[in-house]
Design a binder for this molecule. Sequence first.
Ligand code: IPM
Ligand code: MN
Length: 353
Amino acid sequence: MRKSYNIAVIPGDGIGPEVATEGIKALSAAAEKLELKLNFNSYDFGGERYLKTGELLPDAAINELRGHDAIYLGAIGHPDVKAGILEKGILLRLRFELDQYINLRPVKLYPGVDCPLKDKRTEHIDFVVVRENTEGLYVGAGGVLKKGTPDEVAIQESINTRKGVERCIRYAFEYCKKRNNSKKLTLCGKTNVLTYAFDLWERAFYEVAREYPEIEVDYAHVDAMAMWFVKNPEWFDVIVTDNMFGDIITDLGAMIQGGMGIAAGGNINPGGVSMFEPIGGSAPKYKGKNIINPLAAICAGGMMLEHLGEEKAGAIIEKAVMEVTGKHIKSLAAGKMGYSTAEVGDMVVKYIA
Ligand code: IPM
Ligand code: MN
């Protein structure tokens, strides 16, 4: 009997449905090749549904999603919905409710991809950011007083729990140990200013490090890290950091690996249901034009299969993407690929087969 997986698909907003379609094509091709069975169940959460019904993510849906092996997400974000509503009500709610406490973001320059950094090649850019995904500034702690008056006070606090920080750091050490690279883990923080939060991070980091003598440990302040990403990206293997810093440095990471057209991520609960997504967002201006790059979504699909224990399937997808970037696509940018969204998906499928 074929091994079978139930995947919930949330195509979402903007270009989400277009890129998710190509991702599913690639996933199905890899499944076919390796004799796996993937069952896709689609959910229409996103801006359109919210505008029509006022509904973001019903409680019952969260429970249904829990019954799947993984979630495959296109994009969330709609120009007619005020910023924050869909992000908090759908994307962040899923991350929190499903306790996806790791946001895993590989930063890897594939062959043929234009890198904005002078003299940096594929061997220089290959690292992974392990971002804490359920705490920090994202929990919504704080509040506002006297809103709209000259006396307005706005407070937004970063929550860091020993448990939450330590489980993230442990995941990063384990990930670094398994990854076939230089076995170096760098903590990214701001110990010179955020002396409460990053003191906790730093202590937890060096305490856990004692259990991993084979891993070289290092530390960098987040501002310096931004500089090193541009100057010496080859220094990094795995990086661990908090939610907010991770959000910022992974956008920078996406740019040095060639742009949002190729950047994928996983929201991971190692003991639960994880969710995989291209990190570029809904890009509403490209919606329906069939010109957006689907490779980020396809790579997210590869990460999903790898996470499900189908390493071979994940590797086949990644290799096919590298063939397409190396041999065919001139630019990763929307409208400049020289191919349509669907044609790029077809090429990946051809290499998988
Ligand atoms: C990301 C996104 C989200 C985040 C937004 C859409 C809430 O930027 O996945 O990095 O800030 O985490
Ligand atoms: Mn982000």
